[in-house]
Design a protein around this ligand. Sequence first.
Ligand SMILES: *Cc1c(COP(=O)(O)O)cnc(C)c1O
Length: 427
Amino acid sequence: MSDKKIETICVQGGYTPKNGEPRQIPIYQSTTFKYDTSEDMGKLFDLEASGYFYTRLQNPTNDLVAKKLAELEGGSAAMLTSSGQAANFFAVFNVANAGDHVVASSTIYGGTFNLFAVTMKKMGIDFTFVSGDATEEELDAAFKPNTKALFGETIANPACSVLDLELFAKVAHKHGVPFIVDNTFATPINCRPIEWGADIVTHSTTKYIDGHGASVGGAIIDAGKFDWMKYKDKFPGLTEPDESYHGIVYAEKFGKEGAFITKATAQLMRDFGSIQSPQNAFYINLGLESLHVRMKRHCENGQKVAEFLNNHKKVEWVRYCGLKTDKYYKLGQKYLPNGSCGVLSFSLKGTREDAEKFMKNLKVAAIETHVADARTCCLHPASTTHRQLTDEQLKNAGISPTLIRYSCGIENAEDLIEDLKQALETI
Ligand SMILES: *Cc1c(COP(=O)(O)O)cnc(C)c1O
């Protein structure tokens, strides 16, 4: 299927039924799997044969969907996780242990920032945060002898900035570490980071991939290109025997193409158990079947709404890389030539109270913490997620008191614009 166009992979990737088999992927709603002999099952425990024995580690429905995602991103292997948070945790923890260090862009999703800066720090992993706009010299300066990965988001949530993927990949490889990219907002329809040098791609499938606000989930895709054995001392987890699997060396037994995902499944999924339910994997697959159609509309609506707001006298500024005046327009044209996504942010002229009033008067767009959904949704951080902060504190956190994050759904753009227009007239 990998030789087919992306739209065809969205619809038919991952699963090709044989004669008389179900057309849609079957949901293997089973915790466990039956074997004729203990010897047969023993081979699975030794990673000598591939197969299923317990859904905490692997499930056939999940693997069909993971295979489609690997094909879409152009990777060699993939796995589903219970959430985007679990995907980013696993992706980093698979290469970094206590005592190690990771460099990450500071313009990333708040949940990921907290995972890295607070929770993983408690686990003994040290992070240095760099600007998403960092130069090569600034990136170089953040690396240490114990650095094990470089992390960033293709399009940052909620900053709507675009990462210079090629530069970040170049610097990661110069320092002998994998470049991990969270590609949630762009989706493989609009950007495939592996083509720009990324080694590991992660997703919160909760967003555009599911697309209907129905199921929380995540995914990790390995490009299969990072040569772990070349940096044998740096990645002992992949290059030295795993005593919990009878001394298997992942990078030797599964090669560049399979080592990362096999280790993450065999160790992290086994021990943390952040597996996605097969039912949710089925929903994600339904989402993937129309992802290419939906992304096009999300981007068209994003562009029209961004242009409308950008020309409105009550709007101070708009952040959307499809606008020619946007700081990230050039990077957007390079990495996202067919469009970025439906999420934009803007700031109103006026006060925090004006923004609250504006939000109250929206009728088509719904107030939600969610983004990247078929239904248009929006959020005013100053009166919700950041309501405890004063205007002064908000400004220090880089958030304007009248900032609104607006996620264009796939409705008719004229209705979205009419809705915004009447709400703007009330302030
Ligand atoms: C939402 C989000 C996450 C976290 O995903 P969950 O599925 O909510 O756990 C991670 N990264 C980005 C870019 C996101 O938007």
